[in-house]
Design a protein around this ligand. Structure first.
Ligand code: S3P
Length: 433
């Protein structure tokens, strides 16, 4: 069994920690803050808005706010590739009576912002972007107090939920969000850790406004990223020669770990043991051992808690015997790339038989003439500048034991700057065995 000693801090939790620390009335120290490009963009954005914060070797220190109101930025704020950064920051800025323009790279500029512009607009913020989908660059003019709203999340989205909750801190009444399918709840947990009550009952989340006054600084350590662990879980399942992979201090929030349930349904030998808690988030040890996987129909209700792991799941499906069906995943069309198209091209390049559907795909695995689980047909793969596609290709190539390159490795830095170091650590330990 190989023990991977370092992964990468959780991206979703790091974004939220920086944003809440910027709003709180006492100092914060966040250990194991993600050095990923996306999270550094959020830190830079908050600095541009006058929030005093410093990042030094994965420790983010944030001084308590001296003013109730952020500084109006003199130029557009660049969120790079990060949908989470842009949507959550819009939620925060909705309650700031200043005007700011947010922009990003080509991928981010093509992703819909209407899903946050609509509820935040009803709360009283003005958000302008291009066309019906309110594409970036978006200009927001916030207001205070905001109006509390009741909002039904359609489609399921933790980013939209979080943007509304962050704006709800500045509303003069109770904000209610109807969430038919629970999505990742890091914002709710962190708000609670910071002293603001958020309740969940019967599919409704409630937050009483005026709550920003109660936000305490955060003293916390960010768990490692389950979504990053998923790539090495896949490697542990597929690469017999490694005898399994183990990772410690991985975030095991149940709204993030549907990938483990999915892998188990495929016959995968994975374990997850909660060993502690950080800022209300369970953390623990994950193991994955070589397994013979079989195709499954992924339960549609699991998809929202599996959404970021679907690219690497498609590689498992290509290596499994039989047919795997993913439906109800239309959201993949508006991620860092059109991930349904990207997945279809990737799997086709690995000897999988794959059919595209409007809201998902179907894969028949193990179809290579040699009988090997995965065989790469090309030496170089397109990534569509999508970090999770790039890493999925590289993990698939690793299990196939083939030297494959991707057309873009820089994109990996948006979520997992240490990815190649982790692969290197695994090689060193494998050689020692
Ligand atoms: C995220 C929520 C998910 C996920 C994204 C991170 C978050 O997006 O795909 O990578 O941190 O809230 P949606 O909420 O749009 O589904």
């Amino acid at each position: 069994m190989i023990r991977l000693t370092s992964l990468v801090p959780d991206k979703s939790i790091s974004h939220r920690a920086a944003l809440l620390a910027a709003l709180s009335k006492s100092d914060s120290r966040i250990d194991n803050f993600s050095p990923a490009g996306d999270c550094l963009k959020t830190v830079k954005a908050l600095q541009d808005l006058g929030c005093p914060m410093q990042m030094d070797r994965c420790v983010l220190t944030v001084a308590a706010r001296t003013s109730e109101i952020f500084a109006a930025p003199s130029s557009p704020i660049d969120l790079g590739n990060s949908g989470t950064g842009m949507r959550l920051l819009l939620g925060v800025l909705a309650g700031q009576p200043i005007r700011a323009t947010l922009t990003g790279d080509d991928s981010l500029k093509s992703r819909p912002m209407d899903r946050v512009a609509k509820p935040l607009g009803e709360m009283g913020a003005r958000i302008e972007g291009t066309g019906d989908r309110v594409l970036a660059p978006v200009t927001i003019t916030g207001a205070r107090p905001l109006k509390p709203i009741r909002w039904r999340l359609e489609p399921a989205s933790a980013q939209v939920k979080s943007a509304i909750l962050l704006a709800g801190l500045y509303a003069d009444g109770e904000t209610v969000i109807e969430e038919p399918v629970a999505t990742r709840d890091h914002t709710e947990r962190m708000l609670t850790a910071a002293g603001v009550g958020v309740t969940r009952a019967g599919g409704e989340i409630r937050l009483r406004g005026g709550a920003s006054a109660r936000l305490q600084g955060l003293q916390m350590r960010v768990p490692d990223d389950f979504s990053a662990a998923a790539f090495f879980i896949a490697l542990g399942l597929l690469a017999d020669r490694m005898g399994g992979i183990e990772m410690h201090h991985v975030g095991l929030n149940p709204t993030r770990t549907a990938f483990l349930d999915t892998v188990r349904l495929m016959g995968g030998n994975v374990t997850a043991q909660v060993t502690g808690e950080e800022a209300g988030e369970p953390v623990g040890i994950v193991t994955a051992r070589p397994s013979d996987l079989r195709g499954i129909e992924v339960p549609v209700e699991w998809v929202p808690n599996l959404i970021d792991e679907i690219p690497i799941l498609s590689i498992l499906a290509a290596a499994a015997s039989g047919r795997t069906v993913v439906r109800g995943a239309r959201e993949l069309r508006v991620k860092e790339s059109d991930r349904i198209k990207s997945i279809v091209q990737m799997v086709a390049g690995f000897s999988g038989s794959v059919e595209e559907r409007e809201d998902g795909f179907e894969i028949t695995g193990r179809v290579s003439a040699s009988g090997a689980p995965l065989v790469a047909k090309f030496a170089r793969f397109p990534t569509f500048a999508d970090h999770r596609i790039a890493m999925s290709v590289l993990i698939a190539a690793e299990t196939a034991g083939q030297a494959v390159t991707v057309d873009n490795t820089d994109c990996i830095n948006t979520s997992f700057p240490g990815f190649f170091d982790c692969l290197g650590e695994i090689h060193v330990q494998c050689d020692r065995h």
